[in-house]
Design a protein around this ligand. Structure first.
Ligand SMILES: CCCCCCCCCCC/C=C/C(=O)SCCNC(=O)CCNC(=O)[C@H](O)C(C)(C)COP(=O)(O)OP(=O)(O)OC[C@H]1O[C@@H](n2cnc3c(N)ncnc32)[C@H](O)[C@@H]1OP(=O)(O)O
Ligand SMILES: NC(=O)C1=CN([C@@H]2O[C@H](COP(=O)(O)OP(=O)(O)OC[C@H]3O[C@@H](n4cnc5c(N)ncnc54)[C@H](OP(=O)(O)O)[C@@H]3O)[C@@H](O)[C@H]2O)C=CC1
Length: 279
């Protein structure tokens, strides 16, 4: 599909690159010649993925145990990255969400979603962008968002807010930083099952229908998202700036994906909260 050297010599940081869609993108980027830098909170997960990337593609891989909710930790990670040379591409992929009735969200619960999803991605973008601009080095920021930026989404309101804010960041900085050589793009994925997303969004008792509700009758393949991401961060997409590409099989044209939860009873929601408290 692509020239094997599409991402050769590119140094790419993927937040949350140790698991789920972040790991899928990291695999494809490494296959296309990139040097990978992956971060997350769990060192063991990062080390496992890094070993796979080295074994499969002979890739150069660095891992950073970094909680992106901590602005100082992000600054330290970026300083460490830049010691070996400039980064070329940042992929804002790490995020958190869970389903809940919004009237039951405590401030801490809302912050548990906003802190990594919005603030963490913004800290990473500002730290990378500042360095690119200071050193006159071109850069690309790809943010993994959601179709909730278009539809909103009941029962995952803080995630929808965070993703919408990151779309505003993408559009705003495309104009502000474009003249300085920094390009920003985004993907809005539909359902691409991962243990993280399925665990948070599809607990026991929820209908298992993202495939059935999809106009194409299926969920996304991780390789499909990884290929779109590879194109958008590559020089081949050099004239795309400030845009979000939706990759959801057309699902958001039909539903935000949360309507089945409108039929949940308060008893079901109470059971959901109890199950979480026990787990
Ligand atoms: C199959 C796919 C279907 C797709 C459908 C269509 C498309 C959907 C698009 C969705 C877009 C976004 C998707 C994603 O982001 S998927 C990624 C999911 N992955 C993760 O969330 C991984 C990271 N997760 C975490 O770190 C944790 O799970 C958590 C989010 C909870 C954060 O952990 P943290 O340690 O920070 O939080 P605490 O445990 O300390 O709790 C803090 C407060 O939050 C309250 N809380 C926690 N969990 C819940 C819950 N499930 N419901 C309500 N409240 C919750 C907790 O009680 C604390 O508050 P209090 O102190 O006030 O009690
Ligand atoms: N899967 C899907 O269907 C969809 C996913 N998306 C988006 O795609 C992206 C990836 O989702 P998915 O792969 O399913 O999610 P996962 O839960 O599988 O992965 C999330 C990753 O983010 C990392 N992470 C979470 N919090 C932090 C933090 N505070 N600091 C650093 N790293 C963190 C996790 O690592 P660790 O726990 O070690 O910190 C993990 O590697 C997200 O932005 C999500 O919103 C959007 C729409 C649909």
């Amino acid at each position: 599909m692509f020239e094997k050297s599409l991402l050769a010599h590119k140094r790419i940081l993927v937040t949350g690159g140790g698991s789920g869609l972040g790991a899928a993108m990291s695999h494809r980027f490494a296959e296309l010649g990139a040097e990978l830098l992956i971060c997350g909170r769990r060192s063991a997960t990062l080390d496992e993925t890094a070993a796979q990337l080295r074994a499969a593609y002979n890739a150069k891989v660095h891992t950073f145990a970094c909680d992106i909710r901590d602005a100082n930790a992000v600054a330290d990670m970026m300083a460490a990255i830049w010691q070996d040379g400039p980064l070329d591409i940042l992929v804002n992929n790490a995020a958190a969400t869970f389903i809940a009735q919004s009237e039951h969200l405590s401030a801490r619960a809302a912050d548990a979603i906003l802190a990594p999803t919005l603030h963490g991605a913004m800290y990473c973008t500002l730290e990378a962008g500042r360095r690119w601009i200071e050193s006159d080095h071109n850069g690309v920021v790809l943010s993994i968002l959601s179709t909730s930026t278009i539809t909103g989404r009941a029962f995952t309101m803080p995630s929808a807010m965070a993703k919408s804010a990151l779309l505003a960041m993408t559009k705003s900085l495309a104009v502000e930083w474009g003249p300085k050589g920094v390009r920003l793009v985004a993907i809005a994925p539909g359902p691409f099952p991962t243990p993280g997303a399925t665990g948070q969004l599809h607990p026991e008792g929820r209908d298992s229908g993202p495939a059935a509700r999809n106009p194409l009758g299926r969920v996304g393949e991780h390789s499909e998202l990884a290929n779109l991401a590879s194109f958008l961060i590559s020089d081949q997409a050099g004239y795309i700036n400030g845009e979000m590409v939706v990759q959801d099989g057309g699902a958001h044209l039909r539903s935000s994906g949360a309507e089945d939860l409108l039929h949940w009873t308060d008893t079901q929601w109470a059971a959901q909260r109890t199950a979480r408290a026990k787990s």
